[in-house]
Design a protein around this ligand. Structure first.
Ligand SMILES: [Mg+2]
Length: 231
C-alpha cells in the first residue's frame, strides 16, 4: 500500500521531467520565428548618418576619380582607332542630387510629390560626377543621359541640368509617358541602340544596378544609393 502511494508521485515526477525534456528538445516557436526587421526609424537615422558623416560623399568622390582616370587613359586609344566614343550618365542621384527632396519627405515620396520636385528643377549637381562629365567634354566624347524620368519631365530636367552646369550633351533619353516596362529594360534598349548606331560606350555611370546591368558598356561605375531602389 505504502509502496504504491510512493510510486504515484514518483511516476508523476518522471512524467514532468520527460515533459520538460520534450520541451527542451523541440524547437520553440520563438526559434523558428522570422527575426524582426530593424526598426524603420533606426534605418533612417543610419542612412542620414551615412550622408552626414561624409561617407556617402567620399564614396561618390572615389568612384568619380576612378571614372576620370579610366576615361583619360582609355579614350585617346579608342579615338586613335577612329571610334565614336560615348559616355552614359544616369540623372537622378548620379548627375543631380535629390537628397534635399528625400530628406524633406522623410525618405518617402509619391508620384505627385516627385512630379512637383522635378517640375521645380532645383536639384543641385553632384560635383564629383560633374568632373567626369567635364572630362568627357574635354576629351570630346559624346555625352548621353539616359533617365527614368518621363518625356513630359524633359523640359524641366533639361533646364535643371543647364542651370547647374551640364550645358551640353549629344542626347537625353527619357522614358515615354505611357511606358510600362522596367527602367532596366528601357536603359538597356537605349544603350543597344547607341551601340547599333556605331558608338562605343566607354563608361556607364549610375547609382542603381538597373542603370548598369544589361551590358553594352566597356566599364560601369556604380555610385552609392542607400535611399531607394529602382528596377
Ligand atoms: Mg539614378
Amino acid at each position: 500500500m505504502c509502496k504504491r502511494v510512493l510510486c504515484v508521485p514518483l511516476a508523476l515526477g518522471v512524467a514532468l521531467v520527460l515533459a520538460g525534456c520534450s520541451t527542451t528538445l523541440s524547437p520553440s516557436p520563438a526559434s523558428t520565428a522570422v527575426p524582426e526587421p530593424t526598426n524603420l526609424t533606426v534605418r533612417k537615422q543610419q542612412v542620414a548618418g551615412y550622408v552626414n558623416s561624409g561617407e556617402y560623399g567620399r564614396e561618390i568622390a572615389r568612384v568619380a576619380l576612378e571614372a576620370n582616370k579610366f576615361l583619360t587613359k582609355q579614350a585617346p586609344r579608342l579615338a586613335a582607332e577612329g571610334k565614336k566614343i560615348a559616355v552614359v550618365f544616369d540623372i537622378d542621384d548620379t548627375t543631380l542630387t535629390n537628397y534635399p527632396h528625400i530628406l524633406a519627405n522623410d525618405f518617402g515620396s509619391s508620384s505627385k510629390i516627385w512630379a512637383a520636385w522635378v517640375a521645380e528643377g532645383r536639384a543641385h549637381a553632384i560635383i564629383p560626377v560633374q568632373t567626369v562629365y567635364d572630362t568627357a567634354l574635354r576629351l570630346k566624347l559624346a555625352v548621353f543621359f539616359i533617365t527614368g524620368r518621363t518625356e513630359s519631365e524633359r523640359l524641366s530636367t533639361e533646364k535643371n541640368l543647364r542651370d547647374v552646369g551640364y550645358e551640353a550633351w549629344t542626347g537625353i533619353y527619357c522614358q515615354p509617358d505611357d511606358y510600362k516596362g522596367t527602367t532596366r529594360a528601357f536603359k538597356t534598349g537605349v544603350r543597344r541602340k547607341l551601340v547599333a548606331e556605331g558608338h562605343v560606350i566607354l563608361a556607364n555611370i549610375g547609382d542603381q544596378a538597373s542603370d548598369l546591368e544589361g551590358g553594352r558598356a566597356e566599364r560601369t561605375f556604380k555610385l552609392p544609393n542607400p535611399f531607394y531602389l529602382t528596377e
